[in-house]
Design a protein around this ligand. Structure first.
Ligand SMILES: [Zn+2]
Ligand SMILES: [Zn+2]
Length: 182
């Protein structure tokens, strides 16, 4: 599968039971929808209550648009971009296969938004530490996959507030798809 941005072949990265595709050139990350879904089952009860938080709760501030990039799985389908002004985050989804694409900037923005959001919640030290490491990772511009342990913690959190489990993102995208000419 090629990177939707630079058309380079992406590299599959796996650890434990999670696999994602990463572009070695632009450091973008592709998640098949099932890959993020799988993370859900790995949360322990003590981690669960922190997942009450919602990064994308300000639906009125969403800006939904057609992305210039196409889905790497469904080449004739443009990705849908949802930009949230409130948290300064951007997410990109394929309306067909429900996979999502994160540029290195998108990922950095989400990690940073998670960090600020974390201040308002009682979170396990494990998460705080992981998020701190993820922030450093993003700042250092290293390959985010090189330290998968830290990335995985962030992804587990994202899973809960991402897309399928996030009614506001889901509604925004469905509404947008309906508004498109067939
Ligand atoms: Zn790329
Ligand atoms: Zn797709």
């Amino acid at each position: 599968m090629n990177c939707p941005q630079c058309q380079q072949p992406m590299v599959k990265k796996s650890r434990a039971d999670v696999t994602i595709d990463a572009c070695p050139q632009c450091r973008g990350l592709w998640f098949d929808s099932g890959e993020i879904d799988d993370l859900k089952d790995q949360l322990t009860p003590s981690e669960l209550h922190w997942t009450d938080f919602d990064l994308w709760r300000h639906q009125a501030g969403f800006k939904v648009s057609l992305d210039p990039l196409h889905c790497p799985r469904c080449p004739d389908t443009a990705l849908t971009t949802i930009a949230d002004k409130q948290t300064d985050t951007t997410v990109r989804f394929c309306p067909r296969c429900r996979g999502s694409w994160m540029t290195a900037e998108d990922f950095a923005g989400i990690v940073s938004a998670l960090s600020s959001e974390l201040d308002n919640f009682t979170a396990a030290d494990y998460f705080r530490e992981s998020l701190k490491q993820a922030t450093n990772l993003v700042k250092s511009k290293k390959d985010p996959i090189s330290d998968w342990k830290d990335l995985k913690a962030v992804l587990r959190l994202l899973k809960f507030r991402f897309f399928v489990e996030n009614p506001k993102l889901d509604a925004a995208m469905k509404g947008f798809q309906k508004s498109l000419p067939l």
